[in-house]
Design a protein around this ligand. Structure first.
Ligand code: SAM
Ligand code: SF4
Ligand code: SF4
Length: 343
């Protein structure tokens, strides 16, 4: 039998944006307490993390991917919380890798748990790419950022383990928060210059309601580029594809490139083709959403066509563009936490 093309039902939202990426949060727990994401003042022993039975099974996650692929989803990113906390992630990856239409599976991780053995088994299961978060090159600053006493060396070892296991395209994400780690912008650039590992700076974002975000703590993409350019000259480079989140800059001396993700100072909602699935089974159509769309009833019914239609309906009425309208938002509104929905 001739199968129809996997994207035969490809959809767009109200702003004509396709659904192309699905980010899947596999846990809300983490072994770090990054100050900009899970500050200890809130994420402490009194915080109620999800219980085992509230978290989607792999069967359910695979069903969502199977329903999303015909609608246009090609790229899957596993995230959290810290995805490596889930010991059987390989099994999920293997199952997603064989879904018709999915051609890219990646993961965002803090890499502290990424042993050589784990990196190899992830690679074998079908993980193609990895983004590692690292916010400083010196332990003193990094300890302040992760607030769990994790050393830089353990993350660098994780990055090496990923590369040694043959996971291509290791990228490194650094969130920059004024007064905390902005002095690490240059040391980070120097460390990754010429390594082939692309460093991406991320503006500190007002995700969730826990991280006491303030515009004065944001070092903008323009400021970051200026700091780097003063010592290591760079020029803008073409985007690899439409909708690429990071703006690319190339070192003039041939030492590779960096990326800067400027959700705050230069929003990119116009090209946003990302949906997010929380560990509890809700779809969020924006990182800054107040509420998700609960899929659990559809998952429980086992009717995959109905699940796909439900996803289509959710996407077709989507009009989110929070970052472009951020300055107009004057009243408090609840937003989902980054550790719940994933980056
Ligand atoms: N634990 C994994 C990690 O840190 O890579 C995956 C989940 S984490 C929520 C995903 C990404 O979100 C990380 O790169 C992290 O640095 C970024 N992130 C978290 N809070 C942020 C914030 N307030 N502003 C900008 N980026 C943030
Ligand atoms: Fe954990 Fe990642 Fe959030 Fe840091 S950014 S607290 S590593 S989920
Ligand atoms: Fe996409 Fe929302 Fe971010 Fe805009 S603010 S780029 S719509 S996730």
């Amino acid at each position: 039998m001739v199968m129809p093309p996997a994207n035969n039902l490809a959809i767009t939202d109200r702003l004509n944006r396709p659904l192309h990426d699905l980010r899947i949060s596999v846990t809300d727990r983490c072994n770090f307490r990054c100050v900009y994401c899970m500050p200890k003042s809130i994420f402490n022993k009194d915080y109620e993390f999800l219980k085992r039975d509230q978290i989607l099974s792999w069967d359910n996650i695979v069903s969502v991917v199977q329903a999303a692929a015909p609608l246009g989803v090609r790229k899957i990113r596993l995230t959290g919380g810290e995805p490596l906390i889930r010991k059987d992630l390989e099994n999920l990856i293997e199952r997603i890798a064989i879904v018709d239409g999915i051609d890219d599976i990646s993961m965002t991780t803090n890499a502290a748990l990424l042993s050589r053995q784990r990196a190899e088994s992830l690679k074998r299961s079908g993980l193609k790419r990895i983004n590692v978060s690292l916010d400083a090159m010196d332990d003193k600053t990094f300890h302040v950022m992760n607030d769990m006493g994790v050393d830089v060396a353990s993350v660098l070892q994780g990055i090496d383990n990923a590369a040694a296991a043959g996971i291509e395209n290791v990228k490194v994400n650094m969130v920059v928060k004024a007064g905390l780690n902005d002095h690490s912008i240059l040391p980070m650039a120097k460390h990754f210059h010429g390594t082939g590992q692309i460093l991406r700076y991320i503006e500190f974002m007002d995700v969730g309601n826990s991280n006491s975000w303030d515009m004065k703590d944001v070092i903008t993409s323009g400021q970051i580029a200026k700091i780097i350019n003063a010592e290591m000259p760079i020029e803008p480079a073409e985007a690899n594809y439409q909708g690429e989140v990071a703006k690319r800059w190339r070192y003039l001396d041939g030492g590779g490139e960096i990326g800067i993700i400027s959700s705050v100072s230069e929003p990119f909602c116009g090209d946003c083709s990302r949906a997010r699935l929380s560990a509890t089974g809700s779809i969020y159509t924006c990182l800054f959403a107040s509420q998700g769309h609960d899929l659990r009833a559809h998952l429980a019914s086992g009717d995959n066509d109905a699940l796909r239609d439900h996803l289509r309906q959710i996407w077709e009425v989507r009009s989110d563009r929070y970052s472009e309208t951020r300055s107009q938002v004057v009243t408090f509104r609840p937003k989902v936490e980054m550790s719940f929905i994933g980056g």
